[in-house]
Write a protein that binds this ligand. Structure first.
Ligand code: BEZ
Length: 410
């Protein structure tokens, strides 16, 4: 580290907020040369590099509001544990509510990229916005970290050197469920899911393993997003009598789904399965969630030291119980910390930064993971069952599962 790394210019002309570390070092060297020449001694103080700009696009309203706030809270918590700094620089956050509005996301992403000149853009939760964001930011001079949206394309044809994900793909979470349900003896399954990109891909990935293994889809029921009137669909399920129902619902919609399913008298008669259905929702759904099985890359019940500490820290910081969304935000924070440390905070060294990010090992509450060539977590998928209000781990549905990244040419 050069001596300049510890200096802060008190002269206002060196306090340009947009000044990067490289600009700073360049300007500082020039300033030193100038002052040496004129023998005037400039006044320096500690810690003066321009802040790193982190733009955030997440939902803080609507059915995915908790998902967005848990991701942001956990990411900030992780960065706070690092002295509120990335690569030695302070951090400026610009936070925008995505409202899960896909058409409006173009203007919002542009605000973060062009007006705020973000070094990092973190988001989104919703796959429709994720696809739009990846199209807009692919190969741009900004690092994108997707802390949720699971659309396969972000790891497939839209993959790029500058786009990373700390979450999952639709395929990664649902493909193992088809295999597990076959093993558990289910032959005739009905599908219910929110009718947009992620729900449709979840249903497709489930069928990819379930049908070749001898399973049959007896009903395919997409429901409008983000509506929560499920009664008429449950009447249909009761009439068809499948062996089980495999679902994609999340957040507030998932709580309503489980409660209505129980109220319709289907709980215990036709088993409910899913991926995200019980995540961050099992306590609020209460008895209606008991016995539901899911395949996912995290459980609060995982026994490892990082998870134990993370749960306590998150509860202390927010008053909420941790969930997979918080984990994905926390890991986004770890990714930024490790990547920025590797380049000494130089966000202009974009290729070095990308290479550093790709090679980090994340000590995650879900278990340690690394990134694939498509910048996506290679991770275990757990089989969970709600018992006593929590998602107990009852097995490993897939070990070190890597998304096939179909169409990725980066
Ligand atoms: C998605 O749209 O990708 C998504 C939203 C909520 C939970 C999981 C995935």
């Amino acid at each position: 580290m050069s001596k300049l790394d510890n200096l802060k210019f008190e002269d206002p002309k060196f306090q340009d907020k947009d000044m990067t570390r490289r600009d700073f070092v360049k300007t500082a060297s020039t300033a030193l040369a100038m002052t040496a020449a004129s023998s005037i001694i400039p006044t320096f103080a500690i810690g003066g590099m321009a802040p790193v700009k982190v733009g955030v696009l997440l939902p803080f309203t609507g059915t995915y509001a908790k998902l967005g706030s848990h991701i942001l809270d956990a990411m900030k918590m992780r960065i706070a544990q690092n002295g509120d700094k990335l690569g030695g620089r302070k951090v400026d956050f610009t936070v925008i509510d995505s409202e899960m509005n896909v058409p409006k996301s173009t203007q919002r992403v542009n605000k973060l990229l062009k007006k705020e000149k973000a070094n990092f853009i973190i988001g989104p939760v919703h796959s429709g916005i994720g696809i739009n964001m990846a199209r807009m930011l692919k190969d741009k001079k900004v690092i994108v970290v997707v802390p949720n949206a699971g659309a396969n394309q972000i790891t497939g044809e839209l993959c790029a050197q500058n786009i990373f994900r700390t979450s999952f793909t639709s395929w990664q979470t649902a493909y193992p469920a088809g295999q597990v349900m076959l093993k558990e003896g289910y032959k005739k399954v009905a599908l219910m899911y929110y009718n947009y990109a992620f729900g449709k891909q979840t249903a497709a990935a489930f069928q990819e393993s379930f049908i070749p293994g001898g399973g049959e889809i007896v009903a395919d029921i997409p429901t409008p997003f983000p509506k929560t009137e499920f009664q008429s669909f449950f009447t249909k399920i009761a009439a068809i009598k499948p062996d089980a129902v495999f679902t994609f619902y999340s957040g507030g919609g998932a709580i309503k789904f489980m409660k209505d399913y129980a109220a319709a008298g289907l709980q215990g008669k036709i088993p409910l399965w899913g991926t995200f259905l019980t995540e961050g929702t099992s306590r609020q759904a209460g008895a209606a969630a008991e016995g539901i099985k899911t395949t996912l890359h995290y459980s609060t019940e995982l026994e490892n030291a990082t998870n134990r500490k993370f749960k306590v820290d998150f509860k202390k910081a927010t008053g909420d119980d941790a969930d997979v969304f918080a984990v994905q935000g926390y890991d986004a924070g770890s990714l930024l910390i490790q990547g920025m440390d590797a380049v000494g905070g130089d966000t202009d060294a974009i290729v070095d930064l990308q290479n550093a990010l790709r090679s980090v090992k994340i000590d995650s509450p879900r278990g340690t993971f690394t990134f694939s060539k498509a910048n996506h977590p290679i991770q275990d998928i757990y089989l969970r069952e709600v018992q006593g209000g929590v998602n107990k781990v009852i097995g490993v549905a897939a070990k070190a599962l890597e998304d096939p990244a179909i169409g990725c040419k980066a």
